[in-house]
Design a protein around this ligand. Sequence first.
Ligand code: Q9C
Ligand code: ZN
Length: 333
Amino acid sequence: MRRFFDDRQAGHAPAVELHNGAFVPYAEHSGRLAAIRAAIGPTVTPRDHGEAPILAVHPEPYVAFLKRAHADWRAAGREGDAAGYAWPVARRRALDLARIDAKLGLYSYDGSTPIAEGTWDAAYWSAQTALSALGAVLTGDTAAFALCRPPGHHAGADYLGGYCYLNSAAIAAEAATAAGRRVAILDVDYHHGNGTQDIFYARGDVFFASIHADPRTDYPFFWGHADERGEGAGRGGTLNLPLPQGTGWTAYEPALDQALAAIADFGADLLIVSYGADTYADDPISFFTLQTPNYTAMARRIAAAGLPTMIVMEGGYAVEALGANVEAFLSGF
Ligand code: Q9C
Ligand code: ZN
């Protein structure tokens, strides 16, 4: 399996995030990339597909905001990384706001996703990494891995959050759909993939299944509940399987089988996996109890679906075990 990676993703380096009421060191740091690279062997540099596939998912005003936000922040006389402090919990709409703080509130939903100087470039190459891995699968590889950072699954069409800015899995899914494929996305990160869900929620052409921590207790709280099943043309095209804190492989495996059965029923001919290693027992911000060998078992069950599969890296914060957990997963394909 080819593994795609671009070093420009390391240039995104926010210093701190707001976590449980305090500013703490940013958990989604570039040491994650170094740990994964050390474990997965040689990588292929992605090619540049340009902005068009990004703009097929993310509206131009949001992309323009992402590109300019850090410079606007500095122009306002601020130090450090750009982050919002007021959010439109109701009446969010496409207002033509002038002040950087207002724009940050409009285009984000949490205080743990700052925009640093290198954020746009890193997010751009994260999306290109996914598009190149998709290209491998579209041209006959049975599986490919996109070592993406920053992650993407919490980013909606026009919002950032959860360490995510551009939704690489959704950008790849949209490109695959445009290439005539019937796409399913399986999200196995510990956290619900709210951004991916929102992007395809009202569409019948892309199926989204997610196995994640119960949002009654875990981030992102406001999405991922079992009664969210899609709407309009997308009714039935979303499957949420929330599991309680403490879940280990014994309870995880039947949920995975249920998600794969639904993907088979949908008739997908291409699978995109949003893979997070934050389901690991020792993850510092998560509360499932999977062990390293469980990722090989997980991958084997997914591979048994027999679909061409593109894997996108999402979360995973136990850096000392991250390389082993990613390689354990990839080795199952
Ligand atoms: N205690 C991914 O795994 N942390 N994102 C919120 C509140 C955000 C995780 C802090 C966790 C986002 C891609
Ligand atoms: Zn996560």
